[in-house]
Design a protein around this ligand. Structure first.
Ligand SMILES: *Cc1c(COP(=O)(O)O)cnc(C)c1O
Length: 424
């Protein structure tokens, strides 16, 4: 049984030391001690080549602050609909009116031509996303924004470490946002960073959080506990001897009481005001955790790129499959490898039966969500991508053999004519 089971579909980027450090700091009352937040800001600014960097309690708060200070209330923000609903909420809470541009199905990001077409005299900013760690065509979009005098914000929440033409994502426009959330490639359980070349913007954003309370220790510890549980159940020994078999059985027999633990049900409700709990400050203990991880970012990205190459070589061009672009120039760090097919549930089931573990991408097309009916817009590519995306496992340590096995199983599925029903 052990050898038959695959590695888990995802793993966190935490390490045992992170929990030990947090526990020691909590016990000795030092989670808020030290000027590590400032040091981390300097380290990240230097690393990405930004003049200013500011820690935020969550990346979405950084998006909120950047939008708020770059637009006038009521102005339009051209953005991707294929993102978490709260990013759309942050634009709305900041006084912006989301204008959704459809995505390119392969990169899953918005494309320069659509951005250019949607900019008009109501536009206050363009917000691009480098989803899945795949950089969008940010040079072209930045050139359009410059020519039209429209500020550019980059949501690089999933792309810390990616560089386009040698320059870090997040530094092509007026503000760039990284996430250090629990599932990201650099994690502080909660957190993020906004970088900007603009000193007055940096000052304005800082003043908004200057008197905010520190991130509540209870919330931080609760998140750490849930991360620890996740780390334990996805650890190879426990996962391959027990957890996988339980979830495989539950998946194949549709036992919701069990599968719900791995079903991501994102909050897709509308927010018109920034929740009070979002207004808090990053803790020094979190900054120390991020600093310990910075040295590993590039090596981790290189490993993911090597897996993405195998996926690309094995899967690109197969009938009925949309695969992401492959680039090894640093612009794609592939935090995930998203592929799309007609019936993704059938593909995941097929893979489960053949002792693989992969998951569907839970992101929705926000342009079609009831919560954003006033901003509704036809985005057929985002509809198809949201309904058809499967995330192929691609984390450091996953292993080349496991990647090859995934490729083989998906090729068999395509060769079998992508069967949709029961007997998969
Ligand atoms: C995770 C994520 C965010 C939000 O990050 P938080 O730190 O959780 O606020 C925003 N955009 C994208 C694309 C993300 O993946």
């Amino acid at each position: 049984m052990f050898w038959l089971a695959p590695p888990a579909r995802f793993r966190l980027y935490t390490r045992a030391a992170d929990y030990v450090h947090l526990l020691l700091d909590v016990l000795t009352g030092r989670t808020a001690a030290g000027d590590d937040v400032r040091q981390l800001e300097r380290a990240v600014a230097a690393r990405v080549g930004a003049a200013h960097a500011m820690c935020v309690p969550q990346a979405r708060v950084g998006i909120h602050l950047a939008v708020r200070h770059l637009i006038r209330p009521g102005q339009a923000v051209v953005m991707s609909p294929y993102t978490i609903a709260d990013v759309v909420n942050m634009v709305i809470c900041a006084g912006g009116v989301p204008v959704f541009a459809d995505i390119d199905p392969s990169s899953t990001n918005i494309a320069p031509a659509d951005v250019e077409r949607l900019i008009d005299d109501r536009t206050g900013a363009v917000l691009v996303t480098h989803l899945h760690g795949i950089a969008c065509e940010v040079e072209a979009i930045a050139a359009i924004c410059r020519a039209k005098g429209v500020p550019l914000i980059e949501d690089a929440a999933q792309a810390f470490g990616a560089r386009v033409g040698g320059r870090s994502v997040g530094t092509f426009g007026d503000a760039g946002v990284f996430s250090f959330g629990m599932y990201k490639n650099v994690t502080a359980f909660y957190g993020g960073m906004v970088v900007t070349p603009n000193e007055s913007l940096d000052r304005a954003m800082r003043s908004e959080l200057a008197d905010a309370p520190l991130m509540p220790l209870g919330a931080l510890c609760a998140k750490a506990v849930s991360a620890l549980v996740t780390d334990l159940v996805t650890a190879p020994l426990l996962f391959r001897t027990f957890v996988y078999w339980l979830f495989r059985f539950a998946h194949l027999h549709d036992i919701r009481a069990i599968t719900r633990f791995v079903t991501v049900e994102l909050d897709t409700s509308r927010k018109d005001r920034l929740p009070a709990s979002y207004r808090c400050r990053f803790r020094p203990v979190q900054a120390r955790m991020v600093r310990r991880q910075l040295d590993r970012v590039d090596a981790n990205a290189a490993e993911r790129v090597s897996y993405a190459r195998i996926y690309h070589d094995g899967l690109s061009g197969l009938a009925g499959l949309v695969t992401p672009p492959f680039r090894d120039d640093g612009s794609c760090v592939y935090n995930y490898v998203p592929i799309q097919c007609e019936d993704r549930e059938a593909l995941v089931r097929w893979a489960m039966r053949r002792y693989r573990d992969m998951a569907v991408q839970h992101l929705k097309n926000c342009a079609a969500l009831p919560a954003f009916a006033p901003e509704q817009r036809e985005c057929p590519n985002a509809d198809r991508t949201a309904a058809g995306t499967v995330l192929l496992p691609n984390y450091p340590g996953y292993g080349e053999a496991a990647v090859r096995r995934n490729v083989a199983v998906i090729r068999e599925y395509v060769d079998a004519g992508a069967p949709c029903h029961e007997r998969t």
